[in-house]
Ligand binder design. Structure first.
Ligand code: DC
Length: 229
């Protein structure tokens, strides 16, 4: 894994873990917090998305846990962080945009719910966090991957606002959708992610909850940095 946010000062190499429902602003916030601290940014959702993309490309059913768990353990996922762009590579092939398509989004909840898949991914994530100086973002980063994190954040936002943000992200990728479609997709994912058996979406007891509905990205980042100092 490569990270090149080398300009900002590194303080004590702490671990920050950020969780919350889909579209709550985790990725953008975590990326900027990492850049401000000069830390590595770890997008754990991108890892599940990369596996899902790989499965769809190779005709592997999202329900096929044994095959997916085996592939999750074997494949290599690398990140390259440049300024605020986070590039994702699967077995050396760039999949940064491919993993954000609606098709991958539709199937990633099912793929990421398999216990065998999670075991393999969590092992990779813990290894990436060994040196500290990391801002990790995603489901279970505050509870399973880095329960020892120095700061745990749980971001929430109203579903309409989350749908608006998703729509804007998709527009940048050239994908057309609607607010209604995005609200329905987010509600479906919230329900699935909160009710699944392994690592459901839950707020860690010692996580700080931040409602981002009416906050700018800068305000979210400032709050988190403020909590660290
Ligand atoms: O944050 P995201 O939308 O990129 O996450 C994609 C999916 O992967 C989402 O359904 C939640 C799941 N996920 C997970 O199960 N565990 C993580 N650590 C990160 C994401």
């Amino acid at each position: 894994m490569t990270a090149s946010n080398s300009n900002a000062p590194k303080q004590n190499c702490r671990i920050v873990a950020i969780d919350g429902p889909a579209g709550s602003g985790k990725s953008t916030t975590a990326k900027l917090v990492a850049a401000r601290l000069g830390y590595q940014y770890l997008d754990t959702g991108a890892m599940y998305r990369a596996l899902t993309w790989h499965a769809l490309q190779n005709g592997i059913a999202p329900s096929d846990e044994p095959t997916l768990a085996r592939i999750a353990a074997e494949l290599t996922i690398d990140f390259e962080t440049h300024a605020d762009a986070n590039r994702v590579f699967l077995n050396g092939i760039e999949v940064t945009n491919e993993i954000r398509t609606p098709e991958v989004t539709r199937h990633v909840s099912e793929v990421s719910a398999h216990h065998g898949v999670r075991v393999a991914m969590v092992e990779k994530q813990k290894a990436m966090g060994k040196k500290g100086c990391i801002v990790a973002e995603g489901r279970d980063t505050t509870t399973v991957v880095f329960p020892q994190a120095d700061l745990k954040i749980y971001l929430i936002a109203a579903v309409d606002e989350r749908a608006k943000r998703r729509l804007e992200d998709l527009r940048k990728l050239g994908v057309s959708s609607s607010i209604g479609e995005q609200v329905a997709d987010l509600e479906r994912r919230d329900h699935f992610d909160s009710n699944r058996q392994h690592s459901p979406l839950t707020r860690a007891k010692d996580a700080f909850e931040i409602d981002t509905t009416s906050l700018t990205i800068e305000q979210q980042v400032d709050r988190i940095i403020g909590l660290l100092s």
